[in-house]
Design a protein around this ligand. Structure first.
Ligand SMILES: *Cc1c(COP(=O)(O)O)cnc(C)c1O
Length: 415
């Protein structure tokens, strides 16, 4: 019988090494929990970077997908389907915006947003040909395509991948004055994450998006909010920008939009923006297929019926206040909103990785983002019982010094 080691070796030998996974080989998942090939159970507190807001294999999502599998899976956009219109309606209602366009992955949705915002710049703002500029933030993460990595500030994301795409400029995150100062007559959009997930769970100052909204309005610049990671209940509201009482001009969604069963992403905007696309100017063979729409419709229904944003707010409060109450020699900072939480380890003490590995030993899956921060993003359907089970284990790990961690790991191995 194959062991974890065998599967890891297989991936290692034949797969590109563009990830460095934790040493766990998963084969089953249900709700907030997963099981590895040796039968060990783990509470999944990463949730595929927020793609699994609804947990693994939510019964209603599985039922919706099976039902659609028995009807129709793909039409291409050469024809209408009986699902796409319903999906547009549900999504634009949920977002309180006017129009949407479906894609498959997050990066594709970001690319789509960039294209349409540039077009808006030329047609509405009368920016001279090929001069449109989009402002982005330092430490951003918006995906991995050539154009998107062109405006990353992370050297390893772009090294040796040039030539890069022009038309972007980065400004410090969380600094509304820097935004105001950077805008020129050619600025067409400001692309921002309400919380920078990959960047280290960076939470901007209170009211940042509100100020960004005012500045964009005053300067006729589109506010483009990437909620691929923060959206659909994760931070305690359906969308993280709602904490600031604003609405974006361009909203970008992905990850949990397909319930973790099937990839679907979207750009949702006010009418003036997406109405600029004419036939032939953009597309995707699989974008908006009936299978994706059926799963996504059910995901949006669950989000609202099971009040997932409220759950994220209350569970997140508990987890965050527990973390803050720890008296630990290694913790630098606890930050986040709802169930998107970053735990920063003092850089003078240790990287985050050994703490992530110790949590895995304890049966809790989470992973570092940036060198010194652990990201906690469990399923929004994690139960109180799950959380109560996890808290003492998390406490034990996060109050250990690196030396204690080494011994502690040895002792838990022995146990
Ligand atoms: C994950 C993510 C993306 C990219 O999504 P993919 O589906 O991996 O292409 C873009 N923006 C943010 C904020 C993300 O978290």
């Amino acid at each position: 019988m194959a062991t974890s080691r065998d599967y890891m070796n297989l991936e290692d030998q034949y797969g590109a090494h563009n990830y460095k996974p934790m040493p766990v080989v998963l084969s089953e998942g249900e709700g907030a929990w997963v099981t590895d090939v040796e039968g060990k159970r783990y509470l999944d507190m990463l949730s595929a970077y927020s793609a699994l807001n609804f947990g693994h294999r939510h019964p209603k999502l599985v039922a919706a997908m099976k039902d659609q599998l028995d009807r129709l899976t793909l039409t291409s956009r050469a024809f209408f389907s009986d699902k796409l219109g319903l999906w547009y309606k549900a999504l634009t209602d949920l977002c309180e915006l006017d129009m949407a366009i479906p894609m498959n992955t997050g990066a594709e949705a970001v690319e789509t947003a960039i294209k349409i915002v540039r077009k808006w710049g030329y047609q509405h703002k009368k920016v001279p040909k090929d001069q449109a500029e989009i402002l982005v933030c330092e430490q951003n993460f918006h995906g991995r395509t050539i154009s998107i990595i062109s405006f990353s500030t992370e050297p390893e994301y772009k090294e040796d991948f040039g030539p890069l795409t022009p038309g972007f400029r980065s400004i410090p995150y969380g600094d509304a004055d820097a935004l105001e100062a950077a805008i020129t007559p050619n600025t067409v959009g400001f692309l921002v994450e309400p919380i920078q997930g990959e960047g280290g769970v960076n939470v901007p100052p209170e009211g940042y998006l509100q100020r960004a909204r005012e500045i964009c309005d005053r300067n006729n610049v589109l506010l483009m909010v990437d909620e691929i990671q923060t959206g659909l209940g994760r931070t305690g509201r359906n969308f993280c920008y709602q904490h600031d009482g604003i609405k974006p001009d361009v909203l970008i969604l992905g990850k949990a939009l397909g319930g973790g069963l099937y990839p679907i992403s979207a750009v949702v905007t006010k009418e003036e923006v997406l109405s600029l696309f004419q036939p032939g100017q953009h597309g995707s063979t699989f974008g908006g297929n009936p299978l994706a729409c059926a799963v996504s419709l059910e995901a949006m229904r669950i989000l609202q019926e099971e009040k997932l944003a409220e759950r994220a707010a209350s569970m997140g409060d508990q987890l965050q206040s527990h973390l803050r109450s720890l008296s630990s020699p290694v913790l630098q900072d606890i930050r986040g909103k709802g169930l998107l939480i970053g735990v920063e380890i003092k850089s003078s003490v240790s990287k985050a990785k050994p703490y992530g590995l110790a949590l895995v030993e304890e049966g809790i899956l989470c992973k570092e983002t940036q060198e010194h921060t652990l990201r906690f993003a469990p399923s929004l359907l994690m139960t109180q019982e799950d959380l109560d089970w996890a808290l003492p284990k998390i406490s034990r790990v996060l109050t250990s010094t690196p030396a204690q961690l080494r011994e502690y790991k040895a002792s838990s191995h022995a146990a």
